[in-house]
Design a protein around this ligand. Structure first.
Ligand SMILES: CC(C)(COP(=O)(O)OP(=O)(O)OC[C@H]1O[C@@H](n2cnc3c(N)ncnc32)[C@H](O)[C@@H]1OP(=O)(O)O)[C@@H](O)C(=O)NCCC(=O)NCCS
Length: 266
């Protein structure tokens, strides 16, 4: 049987093949062929390393990289010099930084509202969830009923956006997409910051954000004031930012209690 390889091999491989009683057929590449064979080899070794992640494959990658450098006439000193220059300029990878997105200057201006930063977390961080839960807990028994534990359980399945200053959250919206519409499941402003305009600013950012995603409305459910008189202020807030009551629902959240579905469209 004859097996064709047509690839660059390490210097001692012909001897290994002979020792196995087989006949290696080789030729010596010219400089151009050698360099393009090395480039192919590098891709092959990188692929093998990405599959195995083992030391041997990693050292193969380095070996081929050094062979390429040598074939191109770069000295070890030049390579080290180049590495150091780049590390000094851009740093290495020690901080394990992962670039998620870049926000342009005009976008940044929109996202900074009176020194507050608008943040979207597709997978809410535990710190953000803790802050949201403590904001919700501050209203429990009044605007919310036994709700904060549910918020914690729901959070990993929903997105969270909020306004923050330093590391402190001022107002937050937890939301999901339901039947093709962005759906607010929780909104709260820190109790000591209520009625100071944070909710309205956050809602403006949120509307702009979901518009950019291609949506033209937002929906939510809230307690009816008929069931919870204190929630008249919640509805007043939502109406002040453009929501309208669409329908009333009996026993949706609790038997005999009324909720309203509210919607803002544009
Ligand atoms: C509802 C809530 C999120 C609003 O956030 P907020 O930061 O307090 O709201 P803002 O200060 O930005 O108010 C914005 C607008 O709502 C209006 N508003 C707020 N509370 C109001 C009230 N009790 N009556 C009438 N209008 C009210 C404000 O007048 C303001 O309108 P304006 O700018 O035209 O004057 C916040 O009050 C809250 O957390 N409430 C308790 C929890 C809750 O009800 N959450 C919603 C249920 S999911």
């Amino acid at each position: 049987m004859i097996t064709y390889y047509n690839k660059l091999i390490r210097d001692n491989i012909p001897d290994v093949i002979k020792a196995q009683g087989q006949i290696p057929v080789t030729r010596t590449l010219d400089d151009n062929e050698y360099l393009s064979a090395l480039n192919r080899k590098l891709r092959e070794e990188v692929l093998k390393y990405s599959e195995d992640n083992c030391l041997e494959e990693l050292s193969d990658v380095l070996e081929v990289a050094f062979a390429i450098a040598k074939a191109k006439g770069y000295s070890d000193k030049e390579i080290e010099g180049c590495r150091n220059t780049k590390n000094l300029k851009n740093g290495a990878f020690d901080k394990k930084l992962f670039l998620e997105r870049v926000i342009s200057d005009d976008e940044k201006a929109k996202m900074l509202v009176n020194d507050l930063q608008f943040v979207i977390e597709e997978v809410p961080s535990s710190d953000a969830v803790d802050q949201l839960v403590s904001m919700v807990r501050a209203y429990e028994g009044e605007y919310f009923t036994d709700f904060s534990d549910g918020v914690r359980i729901d959070a990993p399945f929903q997105w969270l956006c909020y306004l923050k200053s330093s590391d402190e959250m001022f107002s937050a919206i937890m939301f999901t997409c339901l039947d093709g519409h962005p759906h607010i499941t929780v909104m709260a402003t820190r109790r000591d910051a209520k009625n100071k305009g944070y909710g309205k600013q956050l809602m403006n950012c949120f509307v702009e954000y979901v518009s950019r995603l291609g949506f033209h409305d937002i929906e939510l459910y809230a307690w009816s004031e008929k069931t919870k008189p204190i929630c008249a202020s919640t509805q007043a807030f939502y109406k002040s930012v453009g929501f309208k009551v669409e329908s009333e629902h009996m026993s949706l959240w609790a038997p005999g209690m009324i909720t309203v579905k509210m919607k803002k469209s544009w």
